[in-house]
Design a protein around this ligand. Structure first.
Ligand SMILES: C[S@@+](CC[C@H](N)C(=O)[O-])C[C@H]1O[C@@H](n2cnc3c(N)ncnc32)[C@H](O)[C@@H]1O
Length: 228
């Protein structure tokens, strides 16, 4: 078994083992598995498997994402953190010098997020709030380098833009997972993606890339854009 750091995504690793290629992040919370993912100890370091069927960000890497502004020491606002699956890998990647604010409004998943991630990692703060009302958490959240948005709501592009106006630094980036069926189950997905992208462009975002997440997630794209 050998581990190599990804040549683009620093803080992400590949494990090559008997023909399989597994994505990993280095575990900031040694010995603890957040969602049942496998742990591997190699060369004295512990890594967690990053499962693309459980995390759209891992799926995006395997589907050809070209870049991101995540990395050690970055600050992140995460909208729709759920029970913390992807958030926990973001926490591994930004490391102890970074910081992530996790917004979630569903009580059950929020309590799992606190139990499995926020209480155990000092670079994550859980914010029990509705992402449609950024002014409610303006006293907690600071200016960030990146907003990651995965709220699966019809109005998600507008919600992302409003959060960017409050918290994203100029030149910062956003990544938004767009699930066409959450917006309209009948309309052509491509039409929906174009409309959501247009909303972002109208609000001053330069779209950098769009990654289709099939076969890991059907009818989903991940859009990456810069706030200009
Ligand atoms: C698809 S799940 C997120 C999965 C998560 N990003 C991951 O990869 O581990 C969407 C989450 O967004 C949350 N959500 C939806 N609308 C929201 C809102 N207005 N404010 C806060 N959270 C919201 C839902 O409760 C749900 O947990």
């Amino acid at each position: 078994m050998s581990v190599e750091e990804h040549y683009v995504f620093k803080g992400v690793y590949h494990l090559r083992t008997e023909g399989q290629r597994i994505l990993l992040t280095e575990n900031l919370d040694r010995g603890f598995s957040v969602y049942g993912e496998r742990l591997f100890t190699i060369g004295g370091l512990e890594y967690r498997e990053w499962v693309p069927f459980r995390s759209k960000l891992a799926a995006a890497i395997l589907c050809g994402l070209k870049g991101w502004n995540l990395g050690r020491g970055r600050t992140v606002l995460y909208l729709g953190a759920a029970s913390g699956t992807t958030l926990s890998h973001v926490s591994d990647i930004i490391g102890r010098e970074g910081f992530a604010y996790a917004i979630e409004f569903a009580p059950r998943v929020m309590s799992q997020l606190i139990e499995r991630v926020a209480r155990r990692r000092r670079n994550v703060v859980a914010v029990f709030a509705d992402a449609r009302m950024p002014e409610r958490y303006a006293g907690i959240v600071d200016i960030v380098d990146l907003i990651y948005c995965d709220i699966a709501q019809p109005e998600q592009s507008r919600i992302l833009v409003e959060n960017a106006e409050h918290f994203l630094k100029r030149g910062g980036e956003v990544m938004i997972a767009i699930k066409s069926r959450s917006i309209d189950s009948v309309e052509e997905p491509e039409k929906i993606y174009r409309r959501e992208i247009k909303t972002m462009e109208d609000w001053g975002f330069k779209v950098l890339e769009t990654t289709n997440l099939a076969p890991y997630e059907e009818d989903h794209v991940l859009v990456r854009a810069r706030y200009e």
